[in-house]
Design a protein around this ligand. Structure first.
Ligand SMILES: C[S@@+](CC[C@H](N)C(=O)[O-])C[C@H]1O[C@@H](n2cnc3c(N)ncnc32)[C@H](O)[C@@H]1O
Length: 335
C-alpha cells in the first residue's frame, strides 16, 4: 500500500460510513477497507486497475458528476500543485456545510503548505496524523462554495509553427497549461510531411500536436490519447476551437490503442505525478512498432539527457536526430 494509503488505513475510526467521497486515490487496495459512496479520479490507469480489481462505484472523467452532497470527502493530494485549487473548488461544491474534508499527502508533494488552502473551505484546519513522510489534515466545511463550472478554469493561448497559428485550450495541471512547451515547439517546427490516414498523437496533453497535424494535413485522421481526463477534455476543446477533427480517447500507454497508424508523433511523459518515470516511454518505444504501418514515420521530442536514442534505434528503422538545441532533441525513425 502506498504511504498515503497507510496513513489513512491507520485512521479508519474517523470514517463514519455515511456518504463518503474519495478523490484521487492511488491504485492500491485501500478502498477495500473503506465504506465509500463514490471514488473519483482523473487518472485512467488508476481507474482501469481498480475496476479490474473489482472495486465498484468508481468514476473517471474531467468532472465529478454527482447530484448528491457528501458528508465526508477524503482527498489525496493531486499529482501537481496547479490542480489543487481546481480540485478544492470542484470537491467543496459537492460537500454539505458541516461536512468534513480530509486531505492526505506526502511532504514532498507539498502537503505542509496546503493547510492554508484548507481554510478556503472552513476555519481552523487541523493536522490529524503524520507518518511515513505524509500528513492527514481535516477541516469542517463552513464556507459556502460557488457553483463549480469546469469551463471557468480554461485558458486559451495562441501557438504557431511555420505558417500556421492555432489556439490551444488548457486547464491547470494539464500539459502544457498557459503556454506552449519548448520541447513541443521544437517538434512542431520539425514535423516533416504528415501522411494521410490514421495518425497517433501519444500523450496528447491539451492537444497542441494533434491539432497542428490535423491542420497541416486535413487527410490525416488524428487520434489523440492520454491518461488524464482533464487533458482529453482540453484536447477536445482545442480541436473544436480550431474547427479541426480528431478522435480523442483514454489510453494507458498503448494498451487501449488498436490497429496500425500511418504516423506517430509524441512529446512523451517522463513523470508519473511528481515522480520521474521513464518506463512509460520506454515501454511505448518498444511496443510502438506493433501499432505502425510499414514505412510509417515516427517523431519524438525529449530532453537531450534522456537515453531514448538506443531504444528508438533498436525498435525502428532509419533512426536519426532531426534537430537539437541545448535542451531538447527531435528523433525520427520509420517502421
Ligand atoms: C510531456 S506531456 C506532452 C503533452 C502534449 N503532447 C504537448 O506536447 O504539449 C506528456 C503527456 O503524457 C500523458 N501521459 C502520462 N502517462 C501516460 C500514460 N501512461 N499513457 C498515456 N499518456 C500518458 C500526460 O498526461 C501528459 O499529458
Amino acid at each position: 500500500m502506498q504511504n498515503t494509503s497507510q496513513v489513512v488505513a491507520r485512521n479508519l475510526n474517523i470514517f463514519d460510513g455515511s456518504s463518503l467521497l474519495i478523490v484521487g486515490m492511488p491504485d492500491d487496495d485501500l478502498l477495500s477497507q473503506l465504506d465509500y459512496s463514490q471514488a473519483f479520479t482523473w487518472d485512467y490507469s488508476v481507474y482501469s486497475m481498480l475496476s479490474q480489481s473489482g472495486f465498484e462505484n468508481l468514476s473517471w472523467g474531467a468532472e465529478l458528476k454527482s447530484d448528491q452532497l457528501f458528508k465526508q470527502v477524503l482527498m489525496f493530494m493531486p499529482k501537481s500543485k496547479p490542480e489543487l485549487d481546481l480540485l478544492f473548488a470542484m470537491v467543496s461544491s459537492k460537500m454539505e456545510i458541516g461536512g468534513e474534508l480530509l486531505l492526505v499527502g506526502a511532504k514532498k508533494e507539498g502537503i505542509n503548505s496546503v493547510a492554508k488552502k484548507l481554510s478556503t473551505v472552513g476555519e481552523n484546519p487541523i493536522k490529524l496524523d503524520m507518518a511515513r513522510h505524509c500528513q492527514l489534515w481535516s477541516v469542517i466545511k463552513s464556507i459556502e462554495s460557488k457553483p463549480f463550472n469546469l469551463d471557468d478554469w480554461l485558458k486559451e493561448y495562441e501557438y504557431s509553427a511555420g505558417e500556421d497559428t492555432l489556439t490551444a485550450v488548457s486547464i491547470p495541471g494539464v500539459f502544457s497549461h498557459g503556454r506552449l512547451d519548448d520541447a513541443t515547439a521544437l517538434l512542431l517546427e520539425n514535423l516533416g510531411k504528415i501522411p494521410s490516414g490514421r495518425i497517433l498523437d501519444f500523450g496528447c496533453g491539451c492537444g497542441v500536436l494533434g491539432a497542428m497535424i490535423s491542420k497541416r494535413n486535413p487527410e490525416a485522421m488524428v487520434e489523440l490519447v492520454d491518461i488524464n481526463a482533464l487533458a482529453l477534455y482540453c484536447a477536445e476543446k482545442t480541436l473544436a476551437r480550431n474547427n479541426l477533427k480528431g478522435k480523442i480517447y483514454p489510453s494507458n500507454g498503448l494498451r487501449d490503442v488498436t490497429g496500425r497508424f500511418n504516423g506517430v508523433y509524441t512529446n512523451p511523459p517522463f513523470h508519473s505525478g511528481v515522480k520521474t518515470n521513464y518506463s512509460i516511454t520506454e515501454t511505448f518505444i518498444r511496443t510502438v512498432p506493433d501499432h505502425m504501418a510499414k514505412n510509417a514515420p515516427f517523431r519524438l521530442v525529449a530532453n537531450s539527457f534522456l537515453k531514448y536514442a538506443e531504444l528508438i534505434d533498436g525498435a525502428l528503422d532509419r533512426y536519426a536526430v532531426v534537430t537539437e538545441n541545448t535542451k531538447f532533441r527531435v528523433y525520427k525513425a520509420f517502421r
